[in-house]
Design a protein around this ligand. Structure first.
Ligand code: GTQ
Length: 368
């Protein structure tokens, strides 16, 4: 290698020493045995100029999904399955049980009379009720009966079991969306779980106690967070949420990107209800034609009411997903999206935004 003295008196090599592809391959092979690999072959992928998720946008139409869910109910009991769930897998990540790199989503079915036995785990779960009435989830000694549109939390390491309390005649199957931080905990290798000694945990408080304590814009005087950073309210009923959105639609300016969008909060902190997941509910008024945006947090949507479409663009490729009630879709990280609705609709969504924010890496762009 030839060395030259440059104007600032430093010594620099003159160009790269010539090496053939063969030489380099042989070198890579040699260092592979030492469990080493050259950064320069992967640097661009490791440190991308912008997020380059392997995930793709996808839609699960409820009309397509529901027959399989009901079929799963004939195949296995909730008891035997422990959790009878069909996982919504990102089409680009088959076999990985995730809808984005960091989030898990699935549809869980409970039939009248069934029990999904009590267990606890470090993964945090959210439930968003999709159809049916009469099922409940019990969290930390209190039951929450589920109605469509309710958003329910299972904090990390709390005992939880699910059941359906209706008598068999005229009772409905109940389906909800499960959102968990399973891939995140897998990434950190921080997952623990155990089964309760009883199938159904003992009930210690009357239904609604948590909501009365924490859900009236008030807190007990000597509030002591029962679940750390996670909200002490574990059921946010839809009727309250819906009312808020509809009043705001009539009485306040509608955002040109989001329509009327509210985030759920932990009333004790004002932060997200769970440390790893943020949840939102939004109303697109009839005739809404939203502006495009992109954000680093990939988001999962559950359509509550109405119809509409989401136009998703990535690397010049445009995809239009038309959605109706109970459909689910995912908008991955840094995909440009815009929402449209002719008749108006209500959308629930969740993402890993609190983690991005905690790490100071959250980025959102509102485009025109
Ligand atoms: O209800 O506890 O979809 O533990 C995946 C794992 C639901 C649950 C899921 C779980 C649960």
């Amino acid at each position: 290698m030839e060395l030259v003295l440059s104007a600032d008196n430093s010594i620099k090599s003159k160009g790269t020493p010539p090496s053939s592809d063969g030489e380099r391959k042989a070198f890579y092979e040699a260092i592979r045995k030492q469990h080493m690999t050259p950064l320069w072959e992967v640097l661009h992928a490791l440190v991308p100029q912008q997020p380059a998720t392997p995930c793709v946008a996808a839609l699960w139409r409820y009309a397509d999904v529901r027959p399989y869910l009901m079929q799963s109910g004939e195949l296995i009991s909730a008891e035997e399955a422990v959790r009878r769930v069909l996982i919504l897998e990102n089409p680009a990540l088959p076999g990985q049980s995730c809808i984005t790199q960091s989030l898990y989503a699935g549809l869980q079915l409970i039939l009248p009379g069934e029990i999904a036995p009590s267990h606890r785990h470090t993964q945090t779960a959210l439930r968003f009720v999709v159809e049916g009435r009469g099922a409940y989830t019990a969290v930390d000694g209190e039951r929450a009966v589920m109605s469509p549109g309710d958003f329910i939390i299972t904090p990390s390491w709390t005992w939880h079991d699910h059941g359906h309390q209706c008598a068999l005649e005229n009772a409905e199957p109940v389906v909800w969306l499960d959102g968990l931080d399973i891939p995140m905990l897998r990434f950190f290798d921080a997952g623990f779980a155990e089964n309760h000694s009883e199938r159904v945990q003992p009930i210690m408080r009357t239904e609604g106690t948590s909501y009365q304590r924490y859900g009236a814009n008030m807190l007990p005087v000597r509030y002591n967070a029962p679940f750390g950073q996670t909200s002490p309210i574990f059921s946010y009923p839809y009727d309250r949420t819906r009312e808020a959105l509809h009043v705001l639609e009539r009485q306040a300016p509608v955002d040109e990107w989001d329509g009327v969008k509210l985030k759920y909060v932990n009333p004790a902190t004002g932060g997200s209800p769970m440390p790893t997941m943020a949840t939102f509910m939004q109303r697109l008024p009839a005739g809404f034609s939203g502006r495009p945006w992109r954000q680093t947090d990939g988001a999962v949507y559950s359509v509550v009411e109405g119809t509409g479409s989401v136009v998703i663009t990535r690397a010049g490729q445009e995809q239009v997903l038309e959605f109706g009630p109970r459909d689910h879709f995912v908008v991955p990280s840094w995909h440009t999206a815009r929402l449209l609705s002719t008749q108006g609709c209500v959308l629930f969504s969740f993402s890993d935004r609190p983690v991005h924010q905690a790490l100071g890496i959250h980025k959102e762009e509102r485009l025109s």
